[in-house]
Design a protein around this ligand. Structure first.
Ligand code: DMJ
Length: 483
């Protein structure tokens, strides 16, 4: 049987603890991440300043709507602050407060605007104390509120920022249930409960419509409250609904969210988790790989054995919930998915390892999970070292140190892959195919908000951000409980 890369790295580092030559120079890699962030950012500034995104191949810009909403600058600002780019951050913040206005006659997608702009403004407000950012967030929050005026309280997908006209009655759990960190934080900071109440109700309304076996589907009608697609999974369109159940309990101490999370994770682990024999096994082996596939929400019957870049957020959520063992088990599978093509496909069939969807739009989730797992391993190692009374080798602490080293090593390999395949002469570009490595003319703002941020935090000194004192929204904007 071929040894899995993860197992090999772990064995290697435990049997032979990293020598100074093998050790990763974290500060050096963190500096490289910063340099690559600036490289990508310079391209945006040169060709797309004042617009939403850069089109990196044609060197022009892309706006999501008829008028720009500064997606990239708002999404990127807190990463710049964390990386210590003081001047760049000051210029960007100055531009945002001077030029960003939501008084626009455009119909916007509530979910994307909430996680990128509302989340970005709130996080940067907390990091800088600049009240103008909070004012912008409150103005945006007010303009988004009409989405909740449906017969069920589930939000419409689109709202006109000027007129409040809504549309899009078919939504999904992720779009309906990934609003409470941002709206709830806005409530706490403005002392206006309306934002918390509306977003919480939306989350509860999805949960209330779970099936008898505790699963939710993919698409739902906000006017009738009926599911229009009963496929259940942890992938795009459902993913961050689960993430917010857990995180809203942790951020706000909301016990309803805690209960909903506990119910949900039990059903997810029962019906969606899939333990499969390792694909390289040549004979019978007892060891299994862990994946999460698709199942019908009513019957629990398996409908697909696909897993992808979006599902790769789940180890981070499992680890945050306290289930670090399961998180590590799943992360081994995710990381293998990346290593197979030296960069991550959007979706594979985990039974055959065939690529089902070949693009790589610069997604962050897998790096996010490596960051969480490296944090928890280092934390456990420190605890084990502190609690040690006997003399001699502390094997348990060494094991955790070795694990942290594995996640750092994989993170470094992934960073090298990102640079090797996605860097362009003046910025970064998504890939059309991880097989051919052909680039596409797109650079989404989450490259700055999430991908570079998680790479940086993985290697930066832990003092850069106190992991245990923040909750990241689904766009990686850290929120502190200041209330
Ligand atoms: C981001 O906008 C968010 O992380 C969202 O939850 C999922 N998709 C992208 C990144 O892949």
């Amino acid at each position: 049987m071929r040894l899995k890369l993860s197992t090999f790295l772990l064995l290697l580092s435990v049997c032979a603890p990293p020598t100074s030559a093998q050790k990763i120079n974290k500060l050096e890699v963190a500096a490289q991440v910063k340099a690559e962030f600036l490289h990508a950012w310079s391209g945006y500034k040169k060709y797309a300043w004042g617009h939403d995104d850069l089109r990196p191949l044609t060197k022009t810009y892309h706006d999501w709507y008829a008028q720009p909403l500064l997606m990239t600058p708002v999404d990127a600002l807190d990463t710049m602050i964390l990386m210590g780019f003081k001047d760049e951050a000051a210029v960007t913040k100055g531009y945002i407060v001077k030029n960003l206005s939501f008084d626009k006659d455009i119909s916007v997608q509530n979910f994307e605007i909430t996680i990128r702009l509302l989340g970005g403004l709130l996080s940067s407000y907390q990091l800088t104390g600049d009240k103008r950012l909070l004012n912008l967030a409150e103005d945006l929050g007010n303009r988004l509120l009409p989405v909740f005026e449906s017969p069920t309280g589930l939000p419409y997908r689109y709202v006109n920022l000027k007129t409040g006209k809504v549309r899009g009655e078919i939504t999904n759990p992720a779009e309906a249930g990934t609003l409470l960190i941002e709206f709830g934080t806005l409530s706490k900071l403005t002392h206006r409960p309306v934002f918390y109440d509306k977003a919480k109700r939306a989350l509860v309304e999805i949960y209330k419509r779970r099936s008898a076996i505790g699963l939710v589907g993919t698409w739902i009608n906000v006017e009738t409250g009926k599911w229009t697609d009963t496929d259940s999974h942890i992938s795009g369109a459902i993913d961050s609904y689960y993430e917010y159940l857990l995180k809203c309990w942790l951020l706000f101490g909301d016990e309803d969210c805690h209960r909903m999370w506990l119910d949900s994770i039990a059903a997810i682990n029962k019906y969606l988790a899939d333990e499969v024999p390792p694909r390289h096994a040549t004979g019978p082996v007892s060891w299994r790989e862990l994946w999460y596939g698709h199942a019908d929400m009513n019957t629990g019957k398996r409908t697909a054995t696909t897993f992808g870049a979006l599902d790769a957020f789940f180890p981070a959520v499992l680890a945050l919930s306290g289930d670090v063992d399961r998180a590590r088990w799943l992360q081994d599978s995710s990381d293998d998915m990346w290593m197979e093509h030296d960069i991550e496909p959007e979706e594979i069939n985990y039974r055959t390892f065939e690529v089902v969807s070949a693009g790589y739009p610069l997604r962050p989730e897998i790096i996010e999970s490596n960051y969480y797992l490296s944090h928890y391993a280092a934390k456990k190692q420190a605890r084990l070292l502190r609690s040690r009374r006997r003399k001699g080798r502390n094997i348990a602490a060494e094991m955790e140190g070795a694990r942290a080293f594995v996640y750092l090593t994989r993170g470094q390999i992934m960073f090298e892959g990102l640079v090797a395949f996605c860097r362009t002469d003046e910025s970064y570009a998504a890939l059309k195919s991880v097989i051919t490595k052909e680039k596409s003319d797109s650079m989404q703002s989450f490259l700055f908000a999430e991908t570079f941020k998680y790479f940086y935090l993985l290697f930066a000194p832990p003092t850069t951000l106190n992991f245990d004192k923040v909750i990241f929204n689904t766009e990686a904007h850290p929120i502190r409980r200041t209330w």
